[in-house]
Design a protein around this ligand. Structure first.
Ligand code: ATP
Ligand code: MG
Length: 326
């Protein structure tokens, strides 16, 4: 059976970008693959955080994964920090990764630009821990957004280098991207990707935003003066809203263009805003329900960690033998 691995950092709360770019795909894969979905809490430590707030958002994230419809029986859902092999393999892979490779990572450049007072070593070696996450499970496919392409290529390079040096150890992971929606843009700066850690919260729709807030953010989305609902690079704001619409209404980009041909932005934006609100309603209801059952949440992540550990242990045993650790 082919293996899928993916994850999200539990900083803040899931966004429409995370949902459309990644989690919608995770759900679609759960019947055909062994899917391993992690809440990568160790990755979150690269950004300064308040321990109490962080702990609460980690638990909230698990409820959000479940509310997105991920079935904890079919999928292995767990916290990265509960499976110690992630940190263990991270160290070993650090020793087969070059500084020059990490220096080229655009996410590091972008995040260190934004957190000038906290350019820590973890932020720099973040992609190595991510490679460990993926390679531990002998992953075949990694459903992520376009922004993770560079990290995934590095994970492959690391795996190839390790396999060449010490013998076949890791499966080579491939990226799995959606044709449309692999890069949802900020509603305020449509040339930038939507991010949960964006300082301008008006650019980001959080899945848990109230209906009013969603309507407001959607209606204030930056567009242009063309007043024509067409999907083209010259109109990045409108292009982004069409993408969101088509993914949530489960229709093609052309269908959206046809539906709004000759109509102005007012109608389109207001329909798109309603669509986001309606699409997230079931999610929010399920979320509230899961949050009322902390024992269930605990069971899910404990069982997930046990299942993940079983696979991770096998890989680590092999890795240690291959590199000659006694
Ligand atoms: P942060 O700002 O903390 O990095 P993020 O929104 O980038 O938050 P991550 O936890 O880093 O979220 O990523 C989780 C998943 O969501 C990854 O697969 C990533 O590629 C995907 N993703 C993130 N942002 C977008 C986006 N704007 N469009 C599509 N996919 C996205
Ligand atoms: Mg990110």
């Amino acid at each position: 059976e082919k293996v899928i691995f993916s994850g999200a950092q539990p900083t803040g709360s899931l966004t429409l970008g995370n949902y459309i770019g990644a989690i919608q795909n995770w759900k679609a894969l759960e019947n055909d693959y062994q899917c391993v979905y992690s809440i990568v809490d160790l990755h979150s430590l690269t950004i300064r955080h308040d321990p109490k707030v962080f702990k609460a958002s980690c638990l909230s994230f698990l409820a959000q994964y479940l509310a997105c419809g991920l079935d904890p029986e079919k999928n292995i859902i767990f916290f990265q920090s509960h499976v110690i092999q992630h940190a263990e393999l991270n160290w070993i892979l650090n020793c087969v990764t070059y500084m020059g490779e990490l220096n080229r990572m655009t996410q590091f450049k972008e995040k260190s630009e934004r957190h000038k007072d906290n350019i820590n070593a973890g932020l720099f070696t973040y992609p190595v821990l991510q490679a460990a996450d993926i390679l531990l499970y002998q992953t075949d496919l990694v459903p992520v957004g376009e922004d993770q392409r560079q990290h995934l290529e590095l994970a492959r390079d690391i795996a190839i280098r390790f396999n060449n040096a010490y013998g076949e150890t890791f499966a080579l992971p491939e990226i799995h991207l959606s044709k449309v929606g692999a890069r949802i843009m900020s509603l305020q700066e449509p040339e930038k990707k939507m991010s949960k850690s964006d300082d301008n919260v008006n650019g980001t729709i959080f899945l848990l935003d109230s209906n009013d807030v969603i309507l407001k953010k959607m209606k204030r989305a930056v567009t242009d003066n063309e007043n024509s609902v067409t999907y083209r690079d010259e109109q990045p704001g409108i292009k982004n809203l069409i993408t969101i619409y088509s993914k949530l209404a489960n229709c093609s980009v052309q269908e959206v263009e046809e539906k709004y041909a000759g109509k102005g932005y007012g109608v389109f934006k207001s329909d798109a805003a309603e669509l986001v609100v309606e699409s997230l309603k079931p999610f929010k209801e399920k979320y509230e329900e899961y949050m009322k059952h902390p024992d269930y949440i605990t069971n899910v992540y404990k069982q997930g960690a046990a299942r993940a550990t079983e696979i991770a242990e096998k890989t680590m045993k092999d890795v240690k033998e291959k590199i000659g650790l006694v």
